[in-house]
Design a protein around this ligand. Structure first.
Ligand SMILES: [Zn+2]
Length: 446
């Protein structure tokens, strides 16, 4: 998540950073989980036990809805969708016979769209909603299949806003696979921890965006959601086994930030984003096991090194600190410059980076350093973490070494996998990263 950083965007870059690298991770302990637990014949009894245990063990937390609105598109005027099963079209003042097959929806005015199916075109008012007659139907759009309902609203810049409305548990089935990758049975407790974190994140968004037309983006701006195509068995089981469980602190849903790899120690929220208020459950914690090894050492980004040719480094650095800069940019570009780490936070991440040239200097703070020291690859992604050291800095070449991937706040996803493989249960994993939180069961207000 490219958090620049309102309370609104958690950890965009980091979520994608955690996306599948299954071949890089040895499944060391895939048989650890009792196979009977996942056996279909026993799963019903297991579920009953889980359900009764859950409601007994965890206090209830009242929520206003268990349905989620996730935006799939906000820039297009025309949509080609497909539904094998019949979908009822709801629109103010108009009843349209259920449609199936290819359906084209095109914006005509801020209030009207045309809907075309099997050669017949009708104009209908916005908002219009497509509801599957059979709840097991999928609606296809942009080569992905989605559960739930499609709603079209008048959007900004002459576009239509397409929102997928579905049950939050179904939504999670399309999120966990993209957030934690393809994992085996041995990683089930990590998948469960991820399901609870992602569910908590979603409920927090619902609470915050009540007055909006949608609750979440389907991209790294919130949580990456791939619809039904990405679902797989172990992730589904993790969602089911943690059904309705979220993290709470006091009488609030927590901000369940998470990231790919902490590098050995997580970060306190205010150290990463100084403009945000401290949270008792988002404080820096060690991610080391009893032998002093990091639980996330299995991540290929546990340590890393970045190298730039001197000219390229200068261009990238000056371009990114040059924005909204009070100094004369030509002066910055023409002369020599120095940069150094002034100080670090207790968790080891850079607190202040100082860049200075003749007649100018600039301090870059905390996580913003990652947005200035962008990497040398073609699309210049941000630096993997703010936990870094300058290895060399010459006119010819600049090298930086670092630990971890992501902002470092909240749950370390690769650490969660390491902990699951070490035998920790999902609640233990979550409580390791979110200090003092409570697990609660969502129940509807009415
Ligand atoms: Zn970690």
């Amino acid at each position: 998540m490219d958090d620049e950083s309102s309370e609104d965007s958690i950890s965009q870059i980091d979520f994608s950073a955690a996306i599948p690298d299954p071949e890089d991770i040895e499944i060391r302990d895939s048989n650890r989980l009792d196979s009977a637990r996942l056996n279909t014949s026993d799963s019903l009894n297991e579920k009953k036990t889980i359900a009764s245990t859950k409601s007994f063990r965890y206090p209830s937390f009242k929520v206003s809805t268990k349905s989620l609105r996730v935006v799939l598109s906000e820039k297009k005027r025309q949509f080609n969708i497909y539904s094998a099963g019949a979908v009822a079209v709801h629109s103010p003042g108009k009843v349209v016979t259920p449609l199936h097959g290819s359906i084209r929806i095109q914006k005509k005015t801020s209030q009207i769209v045309s809907i075309e199916n099997k050669g017949i075109k009708k104009d209908i008012f916005l908002p219009c909603t497509l509801i599957s007659v059979n709840k097991y139907n999928y609606i296809d759009y942009d080569e992905k299949s989605y559960r739930g309902t499609f709603a079209f609203y008048n959007g900004p810049n002459n576009a239509l806003l397409l929102v997928n409305i579905l049950d939050i548990e179904e939504y999670l089935r399309g999120v966990i696979p993209l957030e934690l990758g393809k994992r085996g049975k041995g990683d089930l407790e990590a998948l469960k921890a991820q399901a609870v974190a992602a569910r908590t994140y979603a409920y927090k968004r619902i609470e915050e965006r009540r007055s909006f037309l949608f609750d979440l983006y389907s991209t790294v701006k919130d949580q990456v959601y791939g619809g039904a195509n990405v679902e797989y068995r172990e992730a589904d089981i993790a969602v089911k086994m943690t059904k309705d469980i979220i993290l709470t602190s006091g009488d609030s849903i927590v901000y369940a930030y998470y990231h790919s790899t902490c590098g050995g120690r997580t970060a306190s929220i205010e150290d990463v984003w100084p403009q945000k208020s401290p949270k008792p459950y988002l404080i820096s914690v060690s991610d080391l096991d009893p032998d002093g090894e990091s639980y996330c050492a299995l991540s290929k980004y546990y340590t890393w090194r970045e190298l730039w040719p001197g000219d390229q480094f200068k261009n990238i650095l000056l371009k990114n600190i040059g924005n909204n800069c009070e100094y004369d940019k030509s002066q910055m570009v023409s002369g020599d410059f120095k940069f150094r780490i002034v100080d670090k936070n207790g968790c080891g991440r850079v607190k202040t980076l100082l860049v200075e040239g003749k007649g100018w200097k600039r301090k870059i703070i905390a996580d913003k350093t990652r947005y200035v020291l962008r990497r040398g690859s073609s699309d210049h992604p941000i630096l993997r973490s703010s936990n870094f050291n300058i290895v060399s800095f010459t006119k010819k070449e600049v090298a930086i070494s670092g630990n971890g991937y992501g902002h470092g706040v909240g749950m370390c996803q690769m650490g969660a996998i390491g902990r699951a493989r070490a035998g920790q249960k999902f609640d233990e994993i979550l409580k390791s990263y979110y200090t003092g939180v409570q697990l609660s069961i969502c129940t509807l207000e009415h």
